[in-house]
Design a protein. Sequence first.
Length: 301
Amino acid sequence: MKIGILSQFPDLYSIRRLVAACESRGHEVVVINPINCYMNINSVKPSIHLEGEELSGFDAIIPRIHASVTFYGCAVVRQFEMMGVYAANDSISIARSRDKLRALQLLSRKGIGMPVTGFASKPDDIGDLIAMVGGAPLVIKLLEGTQGIGVVLAETKKAATSVIEAFLGLKANILVQEYIRESNGSDIRCFVVGDKVVAAMKRQGPEGDFRSNLHLGGSAEKVRITPLERKTAVAAVKAMGLVLAGVDILRSSRGPLVLEVNSAPGIEGIEATTGIQLAEPIVEYIEKMVAARKANSPIIA
């Protein structure tokens, strides 16, 4: 097969691992910067061009779209789809997962456990918004924030009111979310491929920080997840329409609660923590899906 990996950062560990996994299984692989692509959109033969040449002959693409270029990146993925190329995570699913509010509403619709969340543009009563999520302490998140940036823990009602007023004064879109005290600054990252959790790790934030992101100084360890946590992670991925994703789960007194579904999860941290190779299962899954598509293709006389 010919596989394209859509990424602006070819030197990242995750991209290098995916390239190696593709090549080890005999596939031709090309890393494509989606921002440098441009598209010919027509009803006869849609195409994608890069540096004056048409990109063609691809059987599948692996989108690794950075959050900062979601709109254009999804447009490129959609164009590949129009050309009949299999996308491991299609454009609609990526867009769903990147919109935090939409993602939470989809999880809610499917009855998947998540922290109680409030959203407002110009609330007449900030106190009621705070009460809606169980009062302080609570978590305030910028809707456009990523990797723990723009996430604030407000420990009192007064602090929460001040932060909310400040964000709204800057015309920022925010989510107000209940604080799950029993999680104690930790979460579970489940790496899902298809309908299976292939690896899981527990991330713990540094002392004094409730955020567990590894790049912010958190630590990680291999963890055995429960059947319910496994079921919840897979259900969350399906709710977005994704097939490859990282699901962040909090352990709470009322069961697993989904924080986020990441359509381009990093591979390095979880491989190092668990000792499980993750690039290979991704490529194997793509092989199966492309083969299934070809088997079901209509025969043209």
